[in-house]
Ligand binder design. Structure first.
Ligand SMILES: NC(=O)c1ccc[n+]([C@@H]2O[C@H](COP(=O)([O-])OP(=O)(O)OC[C@H]3O[C@@H](n4cnc5c(N)ncnc54)[C@H](O)[C@@H]3O)[C@@H](O)[C@H]2O)c1
Length: 308
């Protein structure tokens, strides 16, 4: 299927960055639809400021991309009816998402590809009431969507292989690294691994094995350094499957395997320790430290991805 017109439904934090990503390909025309009048152009200029400051692109490059993006609050706009592919990035609410796709289905062609950017919700459940469920997949972009290359393409219980492949191809055409999640499972691929790590990290603090700062240090200065180059499966082959087996045979019985969130997390919530939001979580945070952590993350990503 030839994709030219792409609609981003929901022009919030993720939607703006996703629109910017697709606008990198001059073959695409991007529409952004939102319930509310919002200045997506100003938002994109702000979000991409660091890319310009680091010389990854110029102001003119950003403006050229913005010229391919049109915005509407009108669901009956041509931006909706002409769409070949829709990425939904509205609020993370099952009813709102289902209602949004029902409205889109009434206005788009029967073969328009529908994608949801939900972080955790099942594409099978979101698409449950649609007539043409085969044209629906999850496309899980990671935040910040204009920087992180991975997009998980998640098949629902009804997605066709052809639609999943088309979406993978379109994502690759704008420089993303799409991966196919063949089963609709909670956490898809990457968040399952990420939260297995977080569960153990929190458990180490809870059991008094190490304090919070030490846990982060142990990641940052050891396997965290290797991870962008050496994934866990290649690493397992590198050390050998026999060693992997022996280590798991010895250690797995002691690792955290709780099916509930940690009691320590619950206690912190009860005490109002909400992390950056309240200035204290596992650690204490001043406003300056919070601003620095946020800025350092984007700086690091730009250095890693673009060498700038
Ligand atoms: N924020 C993240 O880190 C992140 C990461 C990956 C995926 N996601 C997912 O992306 C989606 C969007 O998240 P976000 O952080 O951009 O949220 P957001 O609140 O910043 O933006 C949502 C936008 O959707 C609009 N909207 C709400 N209901 C609508 C409707 N019925 N029709 C049209 N527009 C509507 C809102 O006006 C808003 O502009 C969610 O499903 C979220 O789980 C978020």
């Amino acid at each position: 299927m030839d994709i030219k017109h792409i609609l981003i439904c929901g022009g919030g934090m993720m939607g703006k960055n996703i629109a910017f990503v697709f606008a990198s390909n001059p073959d695409y025309r991007i529409g952004v639809y939102d319930l509310y009048q919002t200045d997506v152009y100003a938002g994109i200029r702000t979000n991409t400021r660091q890319l310009v400051d680091h010389g990854v692109m110029t102001d003119d490059d950003v403006e050229e991309r913005l010229s391919r993006i049109a915005f509407t609050t009108d669901l009956d706009s041509e931006l909706v009816s002409k769409a070949d592919l829709v990425i939904e990035a509205v609020f993370e609410d099952m009813d709102i998402k289902r209602d949004t796709f029902a409205k889109l289905e009434a206005r788009c062609r029967p073969d328009t590809i529908f994608c949801t950017n939900s972080s955790v919700m099942s594409p099978s459940e979101i698409s449950r009431d649609l007539k043409h469920r085969e044209r629906f997949v999850g496309t899980h972009f990671w935040n910040p969507g204009h920087l992180i290359p991975l997009v998980e393409v998640v098949k629902s219980d009804a997605s066709s292989d052809e639609v999943a492949q088309t979406v993978m191809d379109v994502l690759a055409s704008v420089g993303k690294e799409p991966v196919l999640c063949k089963k609709d499972v909670p956490g898809f691929i990457a968040n399952r691994m990420q939260h297995a790590l977080w569960r153990e990290a929190i458990s180490i603090v809870e059991r008094g094995i190490a304090d919070a700062e030490t846990v982060d240090k142990a990641v940052k200065y050891a396997f965290g350094l290797r991870l962008p180059q050496l994934g866990p499966i290649t690493n397992s082959d590198m050390v050998g499957t026999q060693l992997t087996y022996n280590i798991h045979d010895y250690i797995l019985k002691d690792l955290e395997d709780s099916h509930e969130p940690s009691p320590l997390l619950k206690q912190m919530l009860d005490e109002g320790k909400l992390g950056f939001k309240s200035g204290e979580g596992f650690m204490k945070w001043t406003p300056e430290q919070i601003a620095k952590e946020n800025a350092d993350l984007n700086e690091y990503l730009i250095r890693m991805l673009y060498g700038k």
